[in-house]
Design a protein around this ligand. Structure first.
Ligand code: ZN
Length: 265
């Protein structure tokens, strides 16, 4: 079979499985963000190391943040500028449409860039947290996406207007617990179709979630993927394909209405 034929066969199979599914779940990872054009910030070739000459480990160290939050916020603004320049991809919008159609039950993402929410997805568990909101550790006050952006650009270190404490983005730092783990587990267990898209399945506990599903597993990932935690006997489809190319092909069979421009929340 030619590459084109493999793509069409896999896309058709994926579409027919989605047609039968009532509780699909997506686990998305970094590949989904890089396909939107977001630079790799944290990897070995990432911007933090190459351009800004520092370790991501230091930027996201929770003790360092408490000692000197301005160090973190200088890098954070750089990240927010990059995220501001990109838009959700077709695949982001496709999964938002699946939710609207009642096929997708929810999304678990390892990404912190809020692209799923900007694409219109509502039930999104950010297991490593994200920039969708920020909060005050002192009094618990929270700020939404737009307000959080505004605060980060207006103040060198944003402070709470109620109690004066330093505001923290809802990102999970090194040394902090992951978020929504019970919800992520329950969602994975209940799925009748489980997508792993753009994740290399290296980072636990996210990498353990596919093994908790009783449904079939579909993997879409162009790069290497760790098989340590992958439930091989449940994987019915593994597409080593560009993410957007693959889901555009799937939708040529499924024919969902996917808005070309994301409805920004
Ligand atoms: Zn406060």
């Amino acid at each position: 079979m030619s590459e084109r034929e493999i793509l069409e066969t896999q896309a058709q199979k994926c579409a027919s499985m989605l047609e039968k599914s009532k509780r699909a779940v997506l686990l998305s990872g970094a590949g989904m963000s890089t396909s939107a054009g977001l630079p790799d910030f944290r990897g070995p070739q990432g911007i933090y190391r190459q351009k800004l000459h520092t370790d991501p480990e230091r930027i996201f160290d929770i003790d360092a943040f408490h000692e000197d939050p301005s160090f973190f916020y200088d890098f954070h603004r750089e990240f927010l500028r990059s995220v501001g320049k990109i838009k959700p991809t077709f695949a982001h919008r496709f999964f938002a449409s699946l939710e609207k159609e009642g096929i997708l039950e929810g999304i678990i993402t390892q990404n912190i860039d809020a692209l799923h929410q900007r694409a219109g997805s509502r039930k999104v568990y950010e297991i490593h947290g994200g920039i969708w909101k920020s909060f005050c550790p002192g009094c618990g006050k929270t700020w939404g996406y737009e307000e959080s952006l505004q605060l980060a650009f207006e103040q060198k270190v944003p402070h709470c207007d109620s109690c004066g404490d330093v505001i923290k983005p809802d990102i999970v730092f090194f040394g902090e617990m992951v978020k929504h783990l019970d919800d992520c587990r329950a969602l994975s267990e209940s799925a009748d179709l489980f997508f792993v898209v753009g994740s290399s399945l290296v980072v636990t506990p996210a990498a353990l979630l596919p093994s908790m599903t009783r449904g079939d597993v579909i993997v879409v990932n162009k790069g290497d993927i760790s098989r340590t935690y992958l439930p091989e006997n449940r994987v019915v489809l593994h597409a080593e394909e560009d993410i957007d190319t693959f889901f555009r092909a799937v939708n040529s069979y499924l024919k969902l209405e996917v808005p070309e421009e994301p409805e920004e929340a």
